[in-house]
Design a protein around this ligand. Structure first.
Ligand SMILES: Cc1cc2nc3c(=O)[nH]c(=O)nc-3n(C[C@H](O)[C@H](O)[C@H](O)COP(=O)(O)OP(=O)(O)OC[C@H]3O[C@@H](n4cnc5c(N)ncnc54)[C@H](O)[C@@H]3O)c2cc1C
Length: 444
């Protein structure tokens, strides 16, 4: 038994943790009766990969094949997105979709059906998966794709590890000419300006905003909109970049070596941080060329940054509301968050495009993601926010959740019932896939 948690360090549990190097080994482990769940790299925030019996996938991490002509990669599910980038950016290929950290596994990317800054043009990760192999609770392996065993395929994408352990996946990378991004930042003084900004950014491949959730009154919703495109070679000016356009220098890696005391993050320090961050960007529009790590993964530069929230841990409240409820809905919810003064550093705002899948989080509309240190008051606030999100026709992201109740899940995920029935059928037998989350929200 050992202590284990996902990224928010809440909850922390004692679990039996085992890894596997081969499908045969995994099959033997699945012969043990009882409940079990796959654990990728623990970058979900809550308890989606927690359970008293945990199967670590990280050792199952080989590249299996790559087609240079089409960019089609097949790899085992424990491969990290960072390992894919390290191997393939120098050859001129990039991920079709990437979240705000590259330290997640391919299995975790599929099971949570992660989204990135290009959702409005590329959809979620699962939409780029051509096929995969999944081991079921009885040790059998199902090969599935949008054409083959399609029902099982759509259950597994966004299925939070409940249909089985993804063994390997085949998906397509996209061509790039350089490892750099042309970034344009635009300062928005309030919520209306940032929403207008998103509408006008439709033709950009990547767009996202950092929003100051502590600013009130006329300044509520003030943000920095960041838009980006992969650079062509012609856009690079510096000689060292021109010479090796696909190779990046090693970047400085900082570390938070110990847990911070719980008092380190107080409303005053957070407000000061947000103020400084916002004012660091001058009004107007600014353009610069930066490497892809700085654009996509600024937080990965600080190892263990989750420790700044202390031993009590933190959670991320991420919701989406449909575009039709957009401005009014976001204004009402944001007002409640700013009034509470409980949110932490800058929050992330994004306009999603269309999404047509079974259990995935995105829908055409606005999503806001904001970290909160764990406290009784924050939990009370979430209950209020849940009601607002549900009333506006929105929902919460399972990959960030550690506290939603079954009624909220049922009300906001239209296929909840069908999903529960399908998982219950798949789980027949002595071994069942279940997580703390799946039990809490009533799936298993
Ligand atoms: C700094 C930061 C930024 C983030 N930004 C974004 C973002 O922009 N967009 C976004 O969508 N998400 C984002 N996330 C969340 C993260 O991308 C997801 O939670 C992702 O699922 C984590 O993958 P993981 O490999 O760490 O899996 P874990 O967190 O260990 O597990 C996540 C889920 O996947 C299942 N799972 C893992 N491996 C397998 C497998 N082989 N077979 C079956 N099921 C499996 C687990 O059972 C669990 O249900 C962010 C997280 C962090 C920490």
């Amino acid at each position: 038994m050992r202590k284990i948690a996902d990224w928010g360090n809440y909850p922390v549990i004692e679990a039996e943790v085992t890894g596997f190097d081969s499908a045969e080994q995994l099959r033997t482990q699945l012969e043990q009766p009882g409940e079990v769940i796959a654990f990728g790299n623990g970058r979900s925030y809550g308890d989606a990969s927690l359970q008293k019996n945990i199967l670590l996938t990280r050792r199952f991490n080989k590249f299996l094949s790559f087609d240079e002509n089409t960019g089609t990669l097949c790899c085992q599910s424990g491969v990290l997105l960072s390992e894919i980038l390290d191997a393939f950016v120098p050859r001129g290929w990039f991920l079709p979709v990437t979240p705000g950290t590259k330290l997640i596994t391919v299995g975790g990317a599929i099971a949570a059906d992660v989204h990135g800054k290009n959702h409005h043009v590329a959809g979620s990760f699962g939409q780029h998966v051509l096929s995969m192999e999944v081991m079921r609770n009885d040790g059998s392996v199902i090969r599935c794709s949008p054409q083959e065993k399609a029902e099982f395929f759509r259950l597994t994408i966004g299925g939070m590890g409940l249909s089985g352990v993804i063994l390997n996946a085949t998906f397509r990378l996209k061509r790039i000419n350089t490892a750099y991004i042309r970034e344009e930042t635009v300062r928005a003084e309030n919520l209306d300006e940032i929403m207008d900004g998103f509408e006008l950014s439709d033709n950009w491949t990547y767009s996202v905003a950092w929003i100051d959730c502590l600013a009130k009154g006329d300044a509520m919703g003030r943000s920095i909109l960041m838009r980006g495109e992969h650079c062509t070679k012609g856009e690079l000016i510096k000689p060292d970049r021109l010479e090796l356009p696909l190779i990046l220098k090693q970047r400085l890696q900082l570390d938070i070596p110990v847990m911070f005391p719980n008092v380190a993050l107080n409303p005053l320090s957070m407000k000061a941080f947000n103020f400084l961050y916002y004012n660091k960007t001058r009004p107007g529009t600014h353009s610069r060329i930066i490497d892809y790590n700085s654009f996509f993964y600024p937080l990965d530069a600080i190892s263990n940054w989750n420790r700044i929230y202390g031993k009590r841990g933190f959670t991320q409240y991420q919701f989406v509301i449909p575009k039709s409820a957009g401005r009014e809905g976001m204004r009402t919810i944001l007002k409640r968050i700013t009034e509470s003064g409980l949110g932490s550093f800058l929050a992330v705002l994004k306009l999603f495009g269309e999404q047509n899948s079974f259990m995935s989080f995105p829908m055409k509309g606005y999503t806001l993601a904001l970290d909160f240190p764990i406290s009784h008051r924050a939990m009370q606030l979430f209950t209020e926010l849940d009601a607002m999100v549900a009333d506006y026709g929105g929902r919460l992201y399972l990959a960030k959740d550690s506290r939603m109740n079954a009624a909220m899940f049922e009300k906001t995920y239209p296929n909840a019932d069908e999903f529960r029935q399908a998982i219950s059928l798949l789980n027949e037998g002595e071994t069942q896939f279940a997580s703390l989350q799946s039990k809490r929200i009533g799936i298993t």
